[in-house]
Design a protein around this ligand. Structure first.
Ligand code: GTP
Ligand code: MG
Length: 450
């Protein structure tokens, strides 16, 4: 337990109806009491809320509601006081200042959650889930984060580690009693299926990791094509807003235009680009160069071709240079007379950017290509947290090493070492094994007051 009391403004700074200034620590109640005119907070019962005024000497600063939560049933497991004041920046800062003067220390980013973790109320996956909830942009990412917060991920990892611990114990027995010759075989018979099962379970999560990550962070999607095929028109149709300029002049878009949409569980970060062609126009040249850079960085490409014109060298070049990338081929302007030769394309969507139903079909296709599942199909094996995934990959590798060691009939203590490494790595996911540096870095990514 900490012996200092921290304070921060927990709501976003700006004009709002209410702001919350939060204190946590052994002196939280005492410090709040010093600036509060109302019931004596040291005498009120826990989990109650009180009306009164914040005062600076004789001067009234604000009319507030103060909540008192006594340890240990609080977010941080320490005494916590929350002051609901009026949401002006000046008044909120003034209250913060007063509390600092009376002995509280300004909290670092994420320090409340860090205390909850270090005081044992939540594990690391739950702490990360708090951040993921704040950052969630879709029903899917919110649901994933909530799985994390309820401790599902933690439970799963604890279960993995328990299985590993049993096998490690088995190996220890084997090492301690080498005189029993058949013990080596018995041990292997026991641990081989356990490793296999663990590998399988982790593999399921890793396979879903890319999808989970896309569901959490969204997918950067570039609209690519030669000039005048209707890229900007498609962007506008997807955004349901006239964001980009559309004209019948080839080379209209020069700088890229961005916009985001929420495709029921998937955030699409769309980029409309300058049409690709050789041009003498310097501004357009720079735009085309940028388009090539965007093709490199985008996670998904929507390639647009014109139904009403014949394929050009530019079209073919676009097809060639994006081979192997995740892409959807869209043949636009299907309302016009066909001139395009479609025999070159294996799979394509025929659309008109003026047709709402076509746009919906395109949206469906995008979700399909990204393997996006509906919120009700999600379970806790969808983990969107990059750190947790990286650690799982590492643990998976150690288990593979162990499997290989058994195959090669290496000494049992080598196998034991691989399994111990896997066990430790899994421990890092929930924060049972780890360095102070990791913990500090992780919590510093939080917002202030959380
Ligand atoms: N008939 C028809 N015209 C379309 C369709 N989509 C776009 N257009 C027209 O095609 C022209 C070019 O559209 P844009 O969206 O500006 O094309 P672009 O690919 O962004 O062009 P650049 O920015 O120059 O590369 C405009 O006159 C649009 O109205 C469609 O589905 N059918
Ligand atoms: Mg355009």
């Amino acid at each position: 337990m900490y012996n200092d009391t921290i304070v921060a403004i927990s709501t976003a700074l700006g004009k709002s109806a209410i702001s919350i200034v939060r204190l946590s620590g052994p002196e939280a109640i005492e410090i709040a009491n010093k600036v509060f005119k109302g019931p004596d907070l040291s005498k009120v019962s826990s989990h109650t809320i009180h009306y009164g005024k914040i005062i600076d000497g004789d001067e009234i600063i604000d009319e507030v509601l103060v909540s008192v939560f006594r340890a240990p049933k609080t977010f941080t497991r320490e005494d916590v006081v929350e002051i609901n004041c009026h949401g002006g920046m000046f008044v909120t800062n003034k209250i913060l200042e007063l509390l600092l003067l009376k002995g509280a220390r300004l909290a670092e980013a994420g320090e409340f959650t860090k205390r909850a973790f270090l005081n044992g109320r939540i594990d690391l996956t739950q702490a990360e889930a708090v951040m993921d909830i704040i950052e969630a942009q879709t029903t899917n990412s919110l649901k994933m984060a909530n799985y994390g917060l309820t401790g599902h991920v933690k439970k799963m990892i604890i279960n993995f580690r328990q299985k590993l611990l049993n096998t490690i114990a088995r190996i220890e027995v084997n090492i301690d009693y080498p005189e029993y010759e058949d013990e080596y075989q018995i041990t292997n018979d026991y641990i081989v299926p356990v490793i296999k099962e663990l590998l399988h379970e982790i593999n399921v999560i890793l396979k879903r990791a890319e999808v989970s990550k896309i569901m959490k962070e969204g997918i950067s999607t570039a609209i690519i094509g030669k000039p005048n095929v209707g890229k900007s028109s498609l962007l506008n149709a997807l955004l349901r807003e006239e964001r980009a300029i559309v004209t019948d002049i080839a080379g209209t878009t020069r700088d890229f235009v961005e916009g985001s949409i929420n495709l029921g569980g998937l955030v699409l970060n769309l980029i409309d680009t300058a049409g690709i062609r050789k041009t003498e126009d310097i501004v357009e040249q720079i735009g085309v160069k940028k388009t090539h850079e965007i093709i490199e960085q985008a996670q998904l490409l929507i390639l647009v071709f014109d139904y009403s014109s014949t394929l050009t060298e530019e079209d073919l070049e676009i097809l060639r240079s994006t081979e192997g990338k995740k892409r959807i081929i869209v043949i636009n302007k299907r309302d016009l007379k066909q001139k395009i030769d479609l025999s070159l394309f294996k799979e394509y969507l025929l659309v008109s950017s003026f047709n709402d139903e076509d746009i919906e079909i395109l949206e469906k296709k995008i979700k399909e290509v990204c393997n996006i599942v509906e919120a009700n199909e999600l379970d806790y094996t969808y983990i969107g947290n990059a750190r947790q995934i990286a650690k799982l990959k590492q643990a998976y590798q150690y288990l593979l090493d162990a499997q290989e060691s058994i195959k090669q009939e290496r000494p049992i203590d080598i196998i034991g070492l691989d399994l111990t490494n896997a066990w430790n790595t899994l421990g890092e996911i929930i924060g049972e094994v780890g360095t102070d540096q990791l913990i500090n870095e992780l919590f510093s990514q939080f917002c202030l007051g959380k």
